[in-house]
Write a new protein. Structure first.
Length: 93
């Protein structure tokens, strides 16, 4: 939702940008946790449960992919010393 709000306003509020970056870091840590727990989620002896680990890891990966564009621009702003409020200005990043 925040990404669409950024696009609608044309600029990003710095505190909201930092919050989204922290959320992306949390999603990365969650992905690492679920990927390492993959073997515990899967039960090859049960038809449905044999796919649970795959689905959990796939959904975590989808969340990371959705946040990927924002994180790319956020990191580029930080590297170049551009204020994160200018995150959506493609000329700067």
């Amino acid at each position: 939702c925040q990404l669409f709000m950024f696009m609608k306003e044309g600029q990003a509020q710095p505190h909201t940008s930092h919050f989204l970056a922290a959320q992306a870091l949390a999603k990365l840590m969650s992905f690492i946790f679920w990927a390492s727990s993959f073997s515990e989620l899967s039960n090859p002896n049960h038809y449905i449960k044999s796919f649970v680990g795959n689905w959990v890891v796939a959904m975590q990966l989808v969340q990371l992919i959705v946040m990927g564009d924002f994180i790319y621009h956020y990191i580029r702003c930080i590297q170049k010393g551009i204020p994160v409020s200018q995150l959506l200005c493609s000329d700067n990043v």
